[in-house]
Write a protein that binds this ligand. Structure first.
Ligand code: GRF
Length: 208
């Protein structure tokens, strides 16, 4: 059984996609053990509580020292014996000690086809505004392992979404979520739970 901890900062629609897949039996060897929010009262916390999942806030500015924040995060993950950390709209930089402790066991969902429209400052609507401004014909979403960089870890899965001439950043964001994020994030977690995801020299292979 893969014990998953989901880190959020906002609405939690990607978390909801994971919850729905677990409850529908599409992820039968996965349990979501804890949801951790970097923001007070994030709606994703309510989603978790509605499904009987432990939901906690660990907010950096509540700690007098960054080291104490890092420790609180590690304690919560360790206490729940987490095997895989999923960043689902987590806007806080993951402390390096956590990245080290969970090497190749932290994944992130990013709303573009990395390496396009990613890196510092590229999150939320900004990603889609830039895609529209650049006039790309396809965009999409990427699930990748988290390393010390921003959106730089090995790519696990990607799914493309075509742009429409009348797209706004909002309409594009929603379509990328519906058609890509909410599909590949659960799929990637399922593959990891089956031990099918292998990383060699920063390149991911999915075992048959
Ligand atoms: C999503 O667009 C995700 O790709 C990005 O942040 C947003 C989070 O949305 N990382 P939600 O909180 O999962 O609804």
């Amino acid at each position: 059984m893969l014990r998953v901890g989901v880190l959020i900062s906002g609405g939690g629609t990607n978390l909801q996609a994971l919850i729905d897949n677990v409850e529908k039996g599409q992820l039968d060897n996965v349990t979501i053990e804890v949801v951790i929010s970097s923001k007070k009262d994030a709606y994703g916390l309510e989603r978790a509580r509605d499904h009987g999942i432990r939901a906690v806030e660990i907010i950096k500015k509540d700690y007098s020292d960054p080291g104490l924040f890092e420790e609180a995060l590690l304690d919560e993950l360790d206490r729940n014996n987490i095997d895989l950390v999923v960043l689902a709209g987590y806007l806080q930089i993951v402390p390096s000690k956590v990245v080290e402790a969970y090497k190749n066991r932290i994944i992130n969902i990013h709303p573009s086809l990395i390496p396009a429209f990613c890196g510092n400052g590229f999150y939320g609507l900004k990603v889609h505004e830039e895609a529209i401004k650049r006039g790309v014909k396809i965009t999409g979403a990427t699930v990748h392992f988290v390393d010390e960089g921003t959106d730089t870890g090995p790519i696990i899965m990607q799914k493309a979404v075509e742009l429409k001439d009348d797209d706004t950043p909002e309409s594009l964001q929603l379509r990328v979520m519906e058609e890509a994020e909410w599909v590949i994030l659960p799929e990637a977690v399922g593959l990891i739970a089956k031990g099918k995801v292998v990383v060699n020299n920063n390149v991911v292979r999915i075992k048959e």
